[in-house]
Design a protein around this ligand. Structure first.
Ligand code: LLP
Length: 405
């Protein structure tokens, strides 16, 4: 991070208090533009922001203003999208294992829906015979940065197996099912573009069986760089290669088709910083710990996925004196953010800043240990705006019903 940037972030943390999430809208805009440019060879492309990555309504609104659609996985994400100004048909609901009531509610709201099991295909056609649907296919491709975020392999809970496509076709002959779209999503953090191309081939093969498609949805999974020297998915080459294959398929299909992606991480990961304050530095004969005023209640990716987040000491920006630290949280469990990490010398009260904190960080936070969630700030044209206040003690009790005991 540049020196001027570090100073600016430290100032913002001082003003709003740490821990604090800070998102830079300029980075989101740039990422959206890069992805759009990469697929400019395809006539009809739509990016649907996967808002599970960051559901702050201001982020959703900002991305809508860039021209995005929305990918939602729960009825509440749909409602957030509608509140943010999306039209129902700009939202695709791709749930996994939700109750049918949620799918019914989504249909009543008029959003697009992806179904990924036979019982619900039957049920949906009984209740909504004229409502076009999309189907999530499991392509049997193992991909993604780790087991937890790998969703397209043969043993995964997601999608209808590619080997059951004939059964779907049989079903469309027996019951009124208007299949307008097919969807695959194989995982997150996918570096190898062949995985996307393989998924596309599987989808093209399946699509030949459905004559009234209007779109093919290739999900997401674009990898972003987390550490120095890390690579991101080569979206330009992917855009050229996949774009070519897609255009060839559309020609063969003989009807116009829209290409959809649902990026989450690619759009918002790098826009985000998470600034924390150092409570205490503890040295043992064996380790040097920096305890920060946070834990996996605020940022669980390092503990849950073993994810790497680069850490910068904002309060010691130009120190040549790096030391090796374990950066740990205040939760009463082992909550290690980083082990054996070289960081500019840390003192009590310093601001430590985590990079890549825009995606799946605040949105995966909790109140564990009765801790409150932090505030969020959005930089618009460089100027900070508070977009979520820090929670307080009363918020923790708000949904509790105190009975007489
Ligand atoms: N579409 C579907 C159907 C998905 O399940 C997901 C992510 C996305 C799109 C967006 O994928 P992305 O562009 O963000 O890779 N919490 C994990 C990532 C879980 C992704 C879940 N599904 C993490 O922090 O790495």
């Amino acid at each position: 991070m540049e020196l001027a940037r570090m100073h600016q972030m430290e100032e913002i943390a001082r003003e709003y208090g740490a821990p604090l999430y800070i998102y830079d809208s300029a980075v989101i805009e740039e990422q959206f533009a890069r992805l759009t440019r990469a697929f400019q060879g395809v006539k009809d492309v739509k990016l649907n922001y996967a808002c599970k990555a960051n559901t702050n309504i201001n982020i959703i609104k900002f991305i809508r203003n860039l021209g995005s659609g929305l990918d939602a996985v729960s009825i509440n994400e749909i409602k957030l999208g509608l509140r943010a100004g999306f039209l129902p048909q700009e939202i695709i609901f791709t749930p996994s294992g939700v109750h049918f009531n949620e799918i019914r509610e989504a249909a009543e709201l008029g959003v697009k829906i992806h179904i990924d099991n036979f019982p619900f295909l039957r049920r949906f056609s009984e209740e909504f015979p004229d409502y076009p649907i999309g189907i999530r296919i499991n392509p049997h491709i193992k991909a993604g940065g780790n087991e937890k975020i790998s969703t397209g392999h043969v043993d995964s809970k997601f999608g209808i197996s590619i080997n059951q496509v004939n059964d779907i076709v049989d079903l469309t002959r027996k019951i009124p099912l208007k299949v307008e779209g097919l969807h695959v999503h194989t995982g997150s953090d996918i570096l190898d573009i062949d995985v996307f191309l393989e998924g596309a081939e599987v989808l093209f093969g399946a699509a030949e069986n459905f004559p009234s498609l209007t779109y093919l949805d290739f999900g997401s999974g674009f990898k972003v760089p987390y550490k120095e020297g890390d690579k991101e998915t080569d979206i330009v080459t992917l855009g050229n290669k996949l774009g070519l294959l897609f255009n060839q398929f559309v020609e063969k299909y003989k009807k116009p088709l829209r290409l959809i992606f649902e990026p989450g991480k690619f759009l918002v990961s790098q826009c985000g910083l998470f600034v924390t304050e150092v409570n205490v530095v503890k040295e043992t004969p064996y380790r040097r710990f920096a305890f920060i005023n946070s834990g996996f209640n605020h940022l669980i990716r390092p503990m849950f996925y073993n994810a790497f987040h680069h850490i910068v000491n904002l309060s010691n920006p130009d120190s040549k004196n790096e030391k090796t630290y374990d950066v740990v949280g205040y939760i009463c469990e082992t909550d290690t953010f980083a082990s054996d990490r070289k960081i500019a010398e840390i003192h009590e009260g310093d601001y430590l800043c985590f990079e890549n904190a825009g995606a799946y960080c605040f949105s995966m936070s909790s109140n564990y240990n009765s801790r409150v969630r932090p505030a969020e700030v959005l930089l618009l044209n460089g100027a900070p705006h508070l977009i979520r206040r820090k929670e307080n003690f009363e918020d923790l009790l708000e949904t509790t019903v105190e009975i007489s005991l």
